[in-house]
Design a protein around this ligand. Structure first.
Ligand code: ZN
Ligand code: ZN
Length: 391
């Protein structure tokens, strides 16, 4: 039965809140980048072991893990997801809990997301669900877009059997504690494309005897930047960024024989992104064929769009409104990508933004630090799903 019991959670948070702050600061101090989150995963595993009652599954798709609390009664299986990884960015926050790892830092606030899930887990340990199951899933390698697929492809993942996946992301620039919502796509799909053109080098004095790929590279880059205007973009984002271009070396006697261009493509929907990639590929093929050069076309850093299930969105919107959260309805998806979209292959997904303050540095900035006061807010927001489906 639905039982909205905010008093009990508030009491729990006023007694235990500091524990989750210190956990967040500890995680912040020892950041581990994508694919190397071993100690962070152990720390999280130890936290849930300490709570008791959680069944844990570890080393899924690398350092990924989840902890499950089963009421023993039938019902929904809700999976909350956070990210284990930090960034190869210098932590210039200047806090006493600053990163002790040179050049690495939690500048995306994943330390805060982990603390929120741990806090809600601790609350459920003393106030267990009475229907269904609740899992807390920690994925590795979010920043590289590889962790969710690695977890899903791991044979252990078949045991999870979720009914939905829920995640949040802190949003600097949005009022502290307010919730940003959108149905359908909320984070764009993106892909990094590397095009390597292989021609033939020649003496700098005899350029005509070689195949210098410069003009082809330039034409590809120029064409790529026109793709958004060619695509129907009404109501959706379509962007191409020239991330880099490389030709030859510092050798004045040589006309270069190979070069590369790096492009980042983004779109609200995965289908549109695929359309953009295929246009780029076919135009590249056309351009390169007429020159006698060869080319390789590689897609890296691929993120699917994050898709909010309509029913979960409506349900959460109503719950958050009733609970008094300030809501911001997004007109367009966030223009960044998030490695959460893959989970919608398995079960319906819901992702929302949680404002971390109007005057915060942006995500991935060296001086960004997840504000501790957001931890209880995140716990209260996620607990709405517990009150709805597990009481
Ligand atoms: Zn990030
Ligand atoms: Zn992030």
């Amino acid at each position: 039965m639905h039982q909205y019991n905010i008093m009990e959670l508030n009491k729990f948070l006023s007694i235990n809140g500091e524990k989750f702050e210190s956990l967040r600061r500890e995680l912040h101090q020892f950041p581990e980048v994508a694919g190397a989150e071993r100690n962070t995963a152990s720390r999280i595993n130890a936290f849930f072991t300490g709570l008791g009652g959680f069944e844990r599954t570890t080393d899924v798709g690398g350092c990924g893990l989840w902890a499950t609390l089963d009421s023993g009664n039938p019902g929904k299986h809700t999976v909350f997801r956070a990210e284990l990884d930090a960034l190869p960015i210098y932590d210039g926050s200047g806090k006493i809990w600053s990163s002790v790892v040179e050049g690495h830092g939690h500048q995306c606030g994943h330390d805060g997301h982990m603390a929120i899930l741990c806090g809600l887990g601790a609350y459920l340990a003393v106030n267990p669900p009475v229907q269904g199951k609740v899992s807390f899933l920690f994925q590795p390698a979010e920043e590289t877009g590889q962790g969710s697929t690695a977890m899903i492809d791991d044979p252990k993942f078949a045991c999870l059997q979720p009914d939905c996946f829920i995640a949040l992301h802190n949003i600097p620039g949005l009022k502290m504690g307010s919730i940003a919502l959108k149905s359908s796509a909320i984070c764009v799909a993106s892909a990094g494309v590397e095009i390597h053109i292989k021609g033939r080098s020649s003496h700098a004095a005899e350029q005509e005897k070689g195949l210098n790929p410069w003009s082809t590279l330039k034409q590809i880059a120029d064409y790529a930047l026109t793709i958004p205007s060619e695509i129907e973009v009404e109501g959706q984002i379509a962007k191409v960024t020239l991330a880099g271009l490389h030709l030859g070396d510092k050798r004045f006697g040589t006309s270069p024989g190979h070069g590369r261009v790096w492009l980042t493509l983004r779109s609200t929907y995965t289908e549109t992104l695929n359309q953009m990639i295929s246009r780029l590929r076919s135009h590249t093929t056309e351009l390169v064929l007429s020159t006698g050069c060869e080319f390789e076309f590689a897609i890296e850093d691929r993120f699917e769009s994050v898709f909010n299930d309509a029913e979960l969105t409506n349900q959460f919107t109503a719950l958050a409104e009733t609970a008094g959260f300030e809501l911001t309805y997004l007109e367009a998806a966030f223009s960044w990508s998030e490695d959460f979209g893959q989970f919608s292959r398995i079960a319906p997904t819901f992702f929302f933004g949680l404002g971390s303050g109007l005057h915060q540095p942006p995500l991935h900035a060296p001086d960004y630090d997840f504000p501790d006061e957001l931890i209880p807010v995140g716990i209260r927001a996620l607990n709405l799903f517990i009150d709805q489906d597990h009481r």
